[in-house]
Design a protein around this ligand. Sequence first.
Ligand SMILES: Cc1ncc(COP(=O)(O)O)c(C=O)c1O
Length: 440
Amino acid sequence: MNTIAPLGNSLEQHWMPFTANRSFKANPRIMSGASGMYYTTERGDKLVDGSAGLFCVAAGHGRPEIADAVSQTLREMDFVPPFQYGHPKSFELARRIAAVTPGDLNHIFFCNSGSESVETALKIAIAYQRARGEGQRMRLVGRERAYHGVNFGGLSVAGMVNNRKAFGLGLPGVCHLRHTMLPEHNKTVGQPETGAELANDLQRLIDLYGADQFAACIVEPIAGSTGVLVPPKGYLNRLREICDENGILLIFDEVICGFGRTGHEFGSDAFGVVPDMVTMAKALTNGVVPMGAVACSEKLLDTLADVAPDWGIELFHGYTYSGCPVASAAALATRDIFEQEDLVSRAAAMTPKFLDALYSLGDLPIVKDIRGYGLLGGVDLAALDGAPGKRGTVATQDLFEAGLIVKLTGDCVLISPPLVCEESHLDEIFTKLRGVLATY
Ligand SMILES: Cc1ncc(COP(=O)(O)O)c(C=O)c1O
């Protein structure tokens, strides 16, 4: 029998993710609507969206094209088993994604989130090495300050301490590169000139353990959630070289960078380095329906398929909702909008204005560092009362009261507006941000 008392409008039952549940419920921030660049709260306040939801609403909120595609698909066909059966939309979507992914990353594996895309990529890497007769290659390399979602594989290769420390040891055999943020990079605009040599950490790990131990190295082209660490010039190229010389797969986690955030289709295009796999999610469906994907180079599927019998499965991996009709429909409608409105070029065109506004915050005493690339910016704030994260918590509430939604990680403000933003929206975002930060 259910022993819960009548719930009324209690907020207690929902355990919210990555949220201080007690303080949120004492002072909730509840949205009731979203349209274009704005959210509306339950109280009727209008907030400008400085974070594209959570880096995902690239085309702006409430796009009727996506809603129509989703509702029509739900009426046509609700579900098809994705194992051994198919439906046209997921194949069409894979073709459309493959048309914009870098290099020969033409095989698209669908899942339901960024976290699952990371797990999928790591598993494909290990399975590929085994299929080519290198089954001893089980080590994975990640990087300090990385965010690769919250599942155990992603957590193991990631490097944000609060996300890891409560959850035990993670996968065995994982090594980490140092992060790329050097003191001399303070307030650098775009890619830092120094630091490419930090990629040689991968060579040091190879020298320590032996090249034939390593399956893959995973990095975000720009480390997003940790505060926007833009790769030093030459850094990603050097990682690519070392991976090539040593039979190691290179995975770019483009869950934030993918689909125009850098002013290029993918971070890979922005920095001129083609990995063996790209993970993606977020802007893939404009945030409307959960979906993730991994774009894999042709050799990966070929190698796995070559060692499986003709009638047999080459990768024992997948999700009940991999490429499900409604998510595929949302992603296809999102692809249409990206093409018709040329959102990637639009992001590139808006970048100078965005970066000017971002770096203009540098005169505020509370601002310790600023980093930015494309329509992605990070602003480090000085800690409050010597307690890391406290300033960020206070700022989240103050910015909300001032009519601005942005993401704070610790004491870093992450700014990533929808790619459809106009100059007037950037003015509004940065005026509101300055207004609050100037009071600290
Ligand atoms: C680079 C990166 N990888 C993975 C993820 C996890 O995505 P999700 O929250 O959809 O699982 C994120 C989320 O922010 C991310 O930024």
